[in-house]
Design a protein. Structure first.
Length: 184
């Protein structure tokens, strides 16, 4: 039985801050330059750790290419972009063995504006990604991160993601771990 489709746009309120977010699919009105800037700001602490995530330095053309190769959704406060996540179906040509599995979807370009982190926005974005992947009949949702980003690994483990394998990307200066969560 197919999972229920999540309803977008979705309005999320941050209690105590008086902020309402509109979470919706990427639209033609969205700026890849703004999204790239958000990615750079959000990944800055990782860059300061010496980790060269693609999102720390990618250009707008790369952001656009990555967004359009998956299902991207964004969160806005007013007209300001404050979060994004791109969900990808199984990729038979991926360098990563795990991402080639037909029942595994993965996500990337996951960012929340630094001033709004730790207010549940990332969790809401991941909840939506998990629901969309399940609706598309994915059995697992995976992601990769640096094995040195212990705070991120801890966050994902608390959400039920488990270690699957290591991968070394050509574009990073660290070994990544693949973690995934069984859906449904």
């Amino acid at each position: 039985m197919m999972a229920e489709a999540p309803q977008l746009p979705y309005v999320y309120s941050i209690d105590g801050l008086g902020i309402k977010l509109n979470i919706r699919p990427l639209g033609t009105e969205d700026s890849f330059e703004q999204m790239t800037s958000l990615l750079h700001r959000s990944y800055q602490p990782l860059a300061e750790m010496g980790l060269r995530f693609l999102a720390t330095h990618q250009d707008s053309a790369t952001t656009k290419e990555r967004c359009l190769s998956g299902y991207t959704f964004v969160a806005e406060h007013g007209k300001q972009l404050v979060a994004t996540l791109t969900l990808y179906p199984s990729s038979p040509t991926s360098h990563c063995d795990y991402y080639r599995r037909p029942d595994v979807w993965h996500f990337g370009q996951f960012a929340v504006h630094p001033s709004l982190q730790k207010h549940g926005i990332g969790s809401v974005m991941m909840d939506l990604a998990e629901a969309i992947a399940a609706h598309k009949d994915a059995k697992e949702l995976a992601l990769d991160t640096s094995e040195q980003a212990l705070h991120l690994i801890d966050y994902y483990q608390k959400r039920g993601y488990e270690f699957r394998e290591y991968v070394q990307w050509d574009i990073t200066n660290y070994r990544s771990i693949i973690v995934s969560k069984r859906l449904g």
